[in-house]
Design a protein. Structure first.
Length: 483
């Protein structure tokens, strides 16, 4: 039944890997289900022809990947490296349509592994996730777990290559039973990209998950065009690939493939985007020389109901409970700007800590109607201190929060996704030491921290600015951990 959906034999394929980047990561397991007119058809109740193998990746398998897939270092220790099975696999895939869920991921890894083995590989490809979106547009999610739940499918080995490849076949059977073979065949034919033909650019967004991460858009020659990042990789790509902007038009014309790099949260995605921009120098990404962090001044509130405002340098971080408002390069600029701000909102400068002399009677600011007399003796003609404090905090909240000059000591900021995968981002003072999925790797940071402390590596202000921005973003969940 499903063999008739394609004009040639097909392979339902899934890969397990050490990560998300075909350039850095490697395949750990391959599973495929072969379908064709001369092969057993699961649509007729026949057991399909399957093939699977573990692959020795030659690099460590991260613990969270092992926890997700069940594939660890011991399991792959005696498995063949990809180079040993490359020729046999190429012959098995030759002349077949490659069907995978988020096929760009699997296709990208196969191309990279075959290239390292000295074999040129191309194949017509169909994304079953995109097929599901076209067949069932009323549903918002089309990942494999959503398909399993929606169609009542069984999976004996979720996150194992052969188990997930079998689920793709079960989805095709369910779609045929639901919508008819003609409808599924029509949509599948329209979505199948010929071998060696770049995909429609906007369709690249459909290969990205609705999860946090960053992604690299590449030209047909492999050149890097742009690095995007956001809380939804797919949503960010759709916003980017718009004809209404010059950048969008350029990417629509040139982009041929996309490499995703998922992360548990938006902080990790933004930090990775910064790293990839520096490393890859994307053709269409504007790169600016960042200003160094400066010891800015800000107006600080101690949290006391009676007021407790004072103007201080950002270098002073001894009062953890303080709330800071404004970001000014020096004390004089801060005094002038905050005095004008106080006049605009009719706030009492002495109560804001902008006058060492305190509030004198009669108050010159009140006499000029620049404030409402909150610093004078309470009375019907004067504003109460509590009311003034509320107005002051409301008005000050409109000022930017200053970028911190760094953490006190070594601090980790952990993000965890719905599947329990976590990433720890480590800062030591103003220095970003790195992001880690392996908690044991954090113990090896002392050497890196010493290099920073001895001044061999200058502080890059951008990671700290990214951290500050993410900590201020509503809805972002970041756990602070003292290391």
């Amino acid at each position: 039944m499903i063999a008739t959906l394609f004009d040639r034999p097909a392979v339902l394929l899934d890969l397990e890997t050490t990560g998300a980047s075909p350039a850095r990561d490697r395949i750990t397991e391959i599973g495929l289900v072969e379908i064709g007119p001369d092969l057993p058809d699961p649509g007729h109740g026949q057991a399909p022809l399957t093939w699977s193998t573990l692959v020795r990746p030659g690099i460590p398998i991260p613990p969270f990947i092992s926890a997700l897939t069940g594939i660890d270092e011991d399991m792959v220790a005696s498995a063949p490296p990809f180079a040993e099975i490359a020729q046999a696999l190429a012959e098995r895939l030759a002349g077949k349509v490659l069907v995978a869920h988020n096929v760009r991921f699997d296709y990208g890894f196969l191309r990279a592994e075959f290239e390292r083995a000295g074999i040129a590989f191309t194949a017509p490809a169909l994304c079953s996730a995109r097929l599901s979106r076209k067949l069932y547009p009323e549903h918002p999610r089309h990942n494999l777990d959503s398909l399993i739940t929606r169609h009542g499918l069984q999976c004996s080995g979720r996150h194992r290559a052969l188990g997930d490849a079998r689920v793709i076949g079960d989805f095709l059977l369910a779609a045929v039973a639901d919508l008819g073979a003609d409808r599924v065949r029509e949509v599948a034919a329209a979505l199948t990209a010929p071998a060696g033909t770049p995909r429609e650019t906007v369709a690249l967004a459909d290969e990205l998950a609705d999860t946090p991460g960053c992604f690299v858009l590449r030209a047909a020659d492999g050149g890097v065009l742009y690095v995007g990042a956001g809380p939804s990789m797919r949503g960010e790509a759709l916003k980017l690939l718009q004809k209404s902007s010059a950048l969008g038009r350029a990417l629509l014309q040139e982009a041929a493939s996309v490499d995703p790099e998922p992360h548990p949260g938006v902080l990790g995605a933004a930090l990775a985007q910064r790293r990839l921009i520096d490393a890859l120098a994307p053709r269409h990404q504007r790169r600016t020389t960042p200003e160094p962090l400066r010891e800015s001044w800000s107006l600080c509130w101690s949290g006391e109901p009676a007021g407790g405002f004072r103007l201080r340098e950002a270098v002073h971080r001894d009062d953890a409970g303080e709330t800071r408002f404004g970001d000014f390069p020096d004390a004089q600029t801060a005094q002038r700007a905050l005095a004008a701000f106080a006049r605009e909102h009719r706030l009492c400068p002495p109560l804001l800590g902008l006058s060492e002399a305190g509030c004198r009677a009669p108050c010159p600011h009140a006499a000029r109607r620049e404030c409402l007399g909150a610093g004078q003796t309470a009375g019907p003609a004067h504003e109460g201190g509590t009311v003034h404090l509320g107005r002051a905090l409301t008005a000050l909240a409109r000022l930017p929060r200053p970028t911190p000059t760094g953490t006190q000591g070594r601090v980790g900021f952990r993000e965890t996704d719905a599947d329990g995968r976590s990433e720890l981002h480590v800062f030591d003072g103003p220095h970003y030491l790195g992001s880690f999925t392996d908690a044991d790797a954090v113990e090896d940071l002392d050497a890196t921290a010493r290099v920073h402390a001895e001044g061999h590596l200058p502080a890059d202000p951008q990671p700290l600015r990214i951290l500050a921005r993410m900590l201020r973003t509503p809805g972002v969940r970041i756990e602070r951990i003292r290391l």
